[in-house]
Design a protein around this ligand. Structure first.
Ligand SMILES: [Zn+2]
Length: 107
């Protein structure tokens, strides 16, 4: 039995989101503006197909300046109590995550 059309379209959208994140991470060192554009397109795909962004994509870039995060280069992670504070070095914005949240849950 073929998969329902909606799931099929969302499957393709998810593939494209992962591909765009990959391209953004590759392009960040040489073409930072291009990598920001890839992140914008990724967000637009998520909006267009009305699907929740997977947690690994959600935590892979800065929501404020659209910069893909690379551990040790443009992100500082600090644990404070049961929270993880992730500070973007590009725009100095801090995002807080609750530690121990099961994958797929909202934070
Ligand atoms: Zn930022």
């Amino acid at each position: 039995m073929p998969a329902p059309k909606k799931n099929f379209v969302q499957h393709i959208a998810l593939e494209r989101m992962y591909r765009l994140l990959e391209l953004a991470q590759e392009a960040h060192s040489k073409h930072p503006e291009r990598s920001k554009r890839y992140i914008q397109l990724l967000e637009r795909i998520s909006t267009r197909y009305r699907m929740r962004m997977p947690l690994d994509i959600k935590t892979a870039y800065c929501k404020h300046c659209k910069t893909p995060w690379k551990e040790g280069f443009n992100i500082v992670k600090r644990v404070k109590g049961s929270m993880l504070n992730a500070t973007c070095k590009e725009c100095k914005t801090t995002k807080r995550y609750r530690l121990g949240t099961p994958p797929g849950k909202r934070f």
